[in-house]
Ligand binder design. Structure first.
Ligand SMILES: [Zn+2]
Length: 148
């Protein structure tokens, strides 16, 4: 699928320091692997590119709705005793409803758990935009300050 970038999408990518080629790569990889989640209208895909995980939110025609990234590396989902809340997302690969889960996230040698959308079948996880751009970005900044 060819990614299409509107003026707004290009603007957003510029502000977030993301490359069009990388976002297109995320979508192409997700199309081949089926490793993505969908809410029926839009798909969310991710790929580790260099030091960041790049996310692309796009619709069936390849129009980019949003893109963002985080530097933390996502690890295994954390098992909790609570009954998980089902999310609006479905894992395309497993055809399984994804849940509001918790995953280990590692950055600069430190591992913490944080909220993510998790497929209960394959264990793959996706961080939502508001968390990646606010909570996780803030945590990454704190870790960097401590190491500096
Ligand atoms: Zn899955």
């Amino acid at each position: 699928m060819d990614a299409k970038f509107s003026a707004n999408a290009k603007d957003l990518l510029g502000k977030r320091g993301l490359k069009e080629a990388d976002v297109a790569d995320v979508i192409n990889t997700a199309t081949t692997s089926k490793r993505r989640i969908t809410n029926g209208k839009e798909c969310l895909a991710k790929k580790r590119i260099g030091e960041v995980t790049v996310y692309a939110l796009y619709d069936a025609s390849g129009d980019i709705k949003s893109a963002y990234s985080h530097r933390m590396v996502l690890g295994e989902p954390v098992k909790t005793t609570e009954t998980p809340e089902v999310s609006e997302w479905e894992c395309v690969h497993c055809k399984e409803k994804a849940i509001q889960g918790t995953v280990n996230m590692t950055y600069m040698g430190i591992t913490r758990s944080g909220p993510a959308i998790v497929c209960p079948k394959c264990g793959d996880s996706w961080v939502e935009e508001y968390l990646a751009t606010k909570t996780i970005a803030a945590a990454e900044g704190l870790f960097e300050k401590k190491k500096a």
